[in-house]
Write a protein that binds this ligand. Structure first.
Ligand code: NDP
Length: 254
């Protein structure tokens, strides 16, 4: 029997894959056989990430663009078309965090977080899906969060954006499943990345994460890779519109 998790012959675009969870996901997809297109804004970081994966023997392309910029997103896909690259797997992962109590929150930062964490997934997803529909197949994986379902003080726009990601995933499934696309989401728990540096280094917060998470530890970025490979693979061909939490059990308990 053919390995149902094999991604050879497939190409994956992972947004925000110059570091953190996106990089770990891109690496996992590459290890499962996919060619990967890395994305980020900082071109130096992007080049370093690409080199690391190339040195490990993977097929890697780089495409630096801002996922919030509609014109840049369209230009990026035109560039992929010109390079003869068809995106079979899209991971909408790029995101930012901004922590501030809502009473003090500036409208500009509310909008910036929504643009980067939610509208981006629509913009990049739409471009990718137009091409996937023409080919009759495609996988979209949106990166949500525990905050797709749970609230927490000081992160209102992030919570709203990640709740939106869960519902955007369902909207994509509703419209595109019959066209051969499977859209699903992953909801990571508290993971060890740059985004959480201040929290990881804060003994009080670190203690809270460990006591609140049944696994009693933070997640490692590479622990998302298996779920991404699964959702990107033929093994998940009949899974549509779901969110899978990879959170050490945090969302299962109070
Ligand atoms: P990092 O801050 O470590 O990395 C963010 C990545 O996104 C970088 O590659 C960055 O590129 C890229 N990026 C940011 N803004 C843009 C933009 N406008 N256009 C293109 N790329 C951009 O974050 P994480 O790896 O921690 O998070 C990745 C995703 O996972 C996010 O959606 C986050 O919300 C989500 N998540 C993270 C959790 C965690 O605990 N870490 C938990 C739950 C969800 P550059 O290097 O150029 O800045």
């Amino acid at each position: 029997m053919k390995n149902p998790f094999d991604l050879s012959g497939r190409t994956a675009l992972v947004t925000g894959s110059s570091r953190g969870l996106g990089f770990a996901i891109a690496k996992g997809l590459a290890e499962a056989g996919a060619a990967v297109v890395l994305n980020g804004v900082n071109t130096k970081r992007l080049a370093d990430a690409a080199e690391e994966l190339r040195n490990a023997g993977h097929r890697v392309e780089m495409l630096s663009f801002d996922v919030t910029d509609e014109k840049a997103v369209a230009a990026a896909f035109a560039e992929l078309d010109a390079r003869g690259i068809a995106v079979d797997i899209l991971v909408n992962n790029a995101g930012i965090q901004y922590r501030k109590p809502m009473l003090e929150l500036e409208t500009e930062n509310w909008q910036r977080v929504l643009d980067t964490n939610l509208t981006s997934a629509f913009l990049v997803g739409r471009e990718a899906a137009r091409r996937m529909v023409a080919r009759g197949h495609g996988k979209i994986i949106n990166i949500g969060s525990l905050m797709s379902d749970l609230g927490r003080a000081t992160v209102a726009p992030y919570t709203v954006a990640k709740g939106g990601i869960k519902m955007l995933t369902k909207a994509m499934a509703a419209e595109w499943a019959e066209l051969g696309i499977q859209a699903n989401a992953i909801g990571p728990g508290y993971m060890l990345t740059d985004m959480n540096e201040a929290l990881i280094n804060n003994p009080q917060f670190d203690g809270w994460v460990k006591s609140r998470t049944p696994a009693r530890r933070w997640g490692k970025p590479e622990e998302l890779a298996g779920t991404a490979v699964f959702l990107a693979s033929p093994a998940a061909d009949y899974i549509n519109g779901q969110i899978i939490y990879v959170d050490g059990g945090m969302s299962a308990v109070v």
